[in-house]
Every structure is written in structure tokens, then in C-alpha cells.
Design a protein around this ligand. Structure first.
Ligand SMILES: O=C(O)c1cc(=O)[nH]c(=O)n1[C@@H]1O[C@H](COP(=O)(O)O)[C@@H](O)[C@H]1O
Length: 277
């Protein structure tokens, strides 16, 4: 089954386009998980328990798992999310020469262990760097289009000789690369004008829209322009997983209040986004 069909099913089941970002910064974990064998896995497990009814997908960012314990935590997390019928979008922003890209793409391969259902990729190295991902028709490939960070404009807004901006060229290429119907675009909620413009350029491609919550992006624009035929994702990471981070809650041994706050935050974001769907 194609990734975007699976995602559409999940969006319908959860009545939600919320992507819950699993970015378990070790410096911010609550005391209740610190004694566990794998604190990041214990943290994610409790976040998933608290939020799964409201999650269209989980988006672990690979940066928070790039050490031996981290990869174990990530594998457990992917398997657990799948056990709750929630797809996993690995935010790894991959992009390298073909020979290397083939290795990176193995994270989409179930033979090698719990596999991500989709991945974010960086288009800077061009089509061959993305080919090993694009050819996996059953997996989603989200190409960075216009990112949410302030420095995104340094390169992405550059005007080419053709008069197009660089991000517009990337969007056009992503459309060409979408021969298997598995390409999405990453467009930050902090750029509502670009969101609207990119949606006009590619009416049929689902977006992953990060930047609501901690980065202060525009939730209404994220929904209005992020969805293609009702399919797309609006991500919040810190705004959900650390919603319970006041000093008392964080030190509480049971963790109950901490994780309850994450569940409430995911539910509130779902309800807010649903007003605009
Ligand atoms: O690809 C991404 O998900 C991404 C692209 C982008 O333009 N901006 C962006 O914030 N992200 C990721 O989305 C998440 C946002 O986290 P919060 O700011 O905590 O909600 C992080 O994992 C970022 O790496």
C-alpha cells in the first residue's frame, strides 16, 4: 500500500493531521524515565501512550538518536508506534551520492529491522541522491522545500537566472520526481506566504509543515495550504513532548502529570488544526 494511502487512513481514523515530533533531548527528560535502561525509549513509549489517539504520525528526528543506545531506542519506538497503528516519518534529512544514499535508504527496509514509513530528504545533491528513496513506491519521501528556520532564506530564496527562486525550482523538481506518487514537501509554518504560493505550484503534493508550537508558525496557514485532498501533516515536537515541563512536574517520580500534559497538548493541537480542515 502506498504511504499516502496509509496516511490518509490514519488521518481519518485519528481525525487528526498532527505529526508528533519525537525529539527526546536528553537534557530535558523528566526524572521518571532517567533510571530506565534506555531513557529515550521509555520517554517515547510514555509519549506514545499519551498521544497516539491524536497522532496522524510520529516524527522522530534522527539527530536525537545517533549513538548506539539511541538507535536501539529508535527501533523500539518505531515498533511501538506501529503497534498502535501510527506510521513513522523519520526526519533524517538525508542526501548524499548514490552509493551512500543506498545505505541510508535501508532504514526504509523491513528486512533490516523496524522500518520507517517515510523519511525527510535534502535535495541539494540532486535526483540521483534521492533515487534510492524515490524508487520505494510504498514509502513516503518528504523533500525539503522551504524550511522554517531564519537562515532558510540564505539559499532557498536566491533568484535563479530563470527568474525562479531556488525553492520554487526544488518544488518543480519534486513534482517531476513524483513518478511513484510517494513525494511530499517540507514547508515551514513560519513562512505562510511561501506555503500559499507553493501550494499553488503543486496542488496535489502533501506537505509536512513543521514550525507550529515552539517556533511560533501559523497553524491556520499550515492546514489551509499544507493538505492536498485532505492529506498532509502539521508537526509539533517540543510544544507537545515537553508541554509538562515545569519544575515540579518534571521531578515527579511517577511522570503521570508530565505525560498527561503531552497528551493534552496533542489533543489541543488536533482540535485547533481541525477547525481549519
Ligand atoms: O524536516 C523537518 O521536520 C523540519 C524542517 C523545517 O523546516 N523545520 C523544522 O523545524 N523541522 C523539524 O521539525 C521539528 C520541529 O521541532 P519543534 O520546533 O520542537 O516543534 C524538528 O525536528 C526540526 O528538525
Amino acid at each position: 500500500m502506498h504511504f499516502f494511502d496509509r496516511l490518509a487512513d490514519r488521518i481519518a481514523t485519528a481525525d487528526s493531521v498532527v505529526s508528533v515530533g519525537l525529539d527526546p533531548d536528553p537534557a530535558r527528560l523528566p526524572d521518571s524515565v532517567l533510571d530506565a535502561d534506555l531513557p529515550r525509549w521509555q520517554f517515547n513509549r510514555r509519549i506514545i501512550d499519551a498521544t497516539h489517539e491524536h497522532a496522524a504520525c510520529y516524527k522522530p528526528n534522527a539527530a536525537f538518536y545517533e549513538d548506539p543506545d539511541g538507535w536501539r531506542a529508535l527501533e523500539e519506538t518505531i515498533a511501538y508506534a506501529h503497534g498502535k497503528d501510527v506510521p513513522v516519518l523519520l526526519d533524517a534529512k538525508r542526501g548524499d551520492i548514490g552509493n551512500t544514499a543506498r545505505q541510508y535508504a535501508q532504514i526504509l527496509d523491513e528486512d533490516a529491522g523496524p522500518a520507517a514509513d517515510a523519511i525527510t530528504v535534502n535535495p541539494f545533491l540532486g535526483r540521483d541522491s534521492l533515487e534510492p528513496f524515490l524508487q520505494r513506491a510504498d514509502r513516503g519521501v518528504f523533500v525539503l522545500g522551504r524550511t522554517s528556520n531564519p537562515g532558510g532564506e540564505d539559499l532557498q530564496d536566491l533568484e535563479l537566472a530563470s527568474g525562479e527562486k531556488l525553492y520554487e525550482r526544488v518544488v518543480h523538481l519534486a513534482d517531476l520526481w513524483n513518478q511513484n506518487g510517494n513525494v511530499g514537501l517540507v514547508v515551514g509554518a513560519t513562512n505562510p506566504d511561501e506555503l500559499e504560493e507553493i501550494r499553488e505550484l503543486v496542488p496535489d503534493i502533501p506537505f509536512l509543515v513543521p514550525g507550529v508550537g515552539a517556533q511560533g508558525g501559523d497553524a491556520e496557514a499550515a492546514v489551509e495550504h499544507g493538505l492536498a485532498d485532505g492529506v498532509g501533516l502539521v508537526n509539533s515536537s517540543r510544544g507537545i513532548i515537553f508541554a509538562g515541563e515545569d519544575a515540579d512536574t518534571r521531578r515527579d517520580d511517577s511522570g503521570d502529570a508530565f505525560f498527561k500534559a503531552a497528551g493534552q497538548s496533542a489533543k489541543q493541537l488536533k482540535q485547533r488544526l481541525n477547525q481549519f480542515r
